[in-house]
Design a protein around this ligand. Structure first.
Ligand SMILES: [Mn+2]
Length: 288
């Protein structure tokens, strides 16, 4: 049986931290989605999967505290989804590949691509989940730009409409519109960037399970992650994000993505490095 993975993905060298492609025996699988037609401002994040893989070669994968080396874990890198222009086709292909990969309980780790790719990844889970979204923005517009229903600025709204997201917690938001805030319902909670992040634990205890986690790297401060399409001042430090992410990953997480790295706008690849390190640190929690 030729599966969707063989049909719609291509291996990419170098692989993320040198992982193999054998997804059948893996507990987590990395999938790049080089798609940025949903970027409303400055394109370029279709180049992120390749750049994040490349810089991952230069990062240490060993954690001296847990004594776990992420490069030794049962994780595979299947490469990238074939390139898509249409958002509907991208969502369809991503969801088919993600569904196949996540059967047998494998956790898919998506590397975007713009934030629209999360729609496909969540759809691929095939069951309702609760969402934790790290993002400078709410991505809750109905149309953006005017007339466009499927862009990175509308992704949380579209996710809610699919019924696949029971409830959601947005962490680190600070660039929001009146329209979005007024449209939020009580099942979407927001921990703004200026709040005390120690409130995360209480917020998580009120959130349903299982959980899908999406990290838009623009949640980081632009001084930490300048390579993003829509930077917003006042963001998290790298360690604040890593700590918060690891806290979220303590409990019943069925999928993760890291999106919106834009290598064309980056400085010395620091944003790609931040994304790669975050994934390296997240892997042990995903294969437990
Ligand atoms: Mn976003």
């Amino acid at each position: 049986m030729a599966g969707y993975v063989e049909l719609y993905t291509e291996p990419r060298a170098p692989s993320f931290i040198g992982l193999g492609r054998d997804y059948l025996s893996a507990k987590a699988v990395i999938l790049g989605v080089p798609y940025d037609a949903g970027s409303t401002f400055r394109p370029g994040c279709r180049l992120a999967p390749a750049r994040v893989r490349e810089v991952s070669q230069n990062l240490e994968t060993y954690d001296p505290v847990s004594r776990v080396d992420s490069a030794d874990l049962p994780v595979a890198d299947v490469g990238d989804l074939q390139e898509c222009i249409s958002p509907l086709r991208m969502v369809e292909l991503v969801s088919k590949v993600a569904a196949e990969l996540s059967s047998s309980g494998r956790v898919v780790v998506g590397i975007g691509g713009d934030h629209t790719v999360t729609l496909g990844l969540v759809k691929g889970l095939g069951r309702p989940v609760s969402l934790v979204m790290f993002d400078a923005h709410l991505d809750y517009r109905d149309e953006y730009p005017e007339g466009e229903k499927l862009s990175h600025a509308t992704v949380l709204r579209r996710l809610r409409e699919t019924g696949l997201i029971k409830d959601a917690l947005v962490v680190g938001a600070r660039g929001v519109s009146r329209e979005e805030v007024e449209a939020l319902d009580e099942d979407v909670r927001v921990l703004y960037a200026w709040s005390d992040l120690s409130a995360l634990r209480d917020e998580l205890s009120a959130l349903g399970k299982p959980r899908y986690v999406t990290v838009d790297v623009d949640v980081l401060d632009p001084s930490v992650a300048p390579g993003v399409s829509c930077p917003e001042p006042g963001g998290l430090s790298y360690l604040e994000l890593q700590r918060a992410l690891l806290e979220v990953l303590e409990d019943d997480v069925v999928g993760l993505d890291v999106v919106e790295v834009n290598p064309l706008l980056d400085i010395n690849d620091v944003t790609s490095y931040a994304a790669a390190k975050l994934i390296i640190r997240a892997l042990p929690a995903l294969v437990r």
